[in-house]
Design a binder for this molecule. Structure first.
Ligand SMILES: [Zn+2]
Length: 159
């Protein structure tokens, strides 16, 4: 069934009294762990200085996405509109970084990365309009697949 354009919040404090949206919080581990691993890869890579700096920026923003998302999901849904900014700031900065460096990034992007980005974006849209992806699992898949897509994008820039 279709619903209005908004994510259906996970039932708050259903698993632990300390975290409002438990599954939507732990599933940010992908952004944090792959982001940290990406930062290390950017140090070790033999790619050009410019490509390493660009990948490093994207991986640092990825860690920022994870931190902002943890803040948004760990705090009760009744504060949704007070914490959504923390969730979106690094997402918007990531998109702006990709947009302004599209001339460098697009020729480097592998078919595999394009498919992962398409998959993640498709899950995002479905999670926001279709209740068939039952909360919180649609959003958990969005977190994990978008983290993997961002990691792959940085990898393409470094290779
Ligand atoms: Zn989220």
């Amino acid at each position: 069934m279709l619903h209005f354009w908004s994510r259906i919040p996970e039932k708050n404090y259903a698993v632990t009294p300390y975290i409002a949206e438990y599954h939507n919080t732990w599933s940010n581990a992908g952004f944090l762990l792959l982001g940290i691993w990406g930062v290390l890869q950017a140090q070790w890579s033999l790619a050009s200085e410019h490509h390493r700096a660009l990948a490093l920026k994207l991986y640092l923003l990825m860690i920022g996405c994870g931190i902002g998302s943890v803040i948004h999901h760990a705090i009760a849904s009744k504060y949704y509109w007070r914490t959504i900014g923390a969730d979106y700031v690094c997402i918007v900065l990531s998109i702006l970084t990709i947009w302004t460096n599209a001339g460098v990034i697009l020729p480097l992007m592998s078919l595999e990365t394009q498919l992962w980005i398409s998959f993640a974006c498709g899950i995002f849209v479905l999670d926001h309009v279709w209740s068939g992806l039952r909360a919180p699992w649609g959003h958990v898949i969005w977190h994990l697949s978008s983290a993997w897509a961002m990691y792959c994008l940085g990898w393409d820039i470094l290779c």
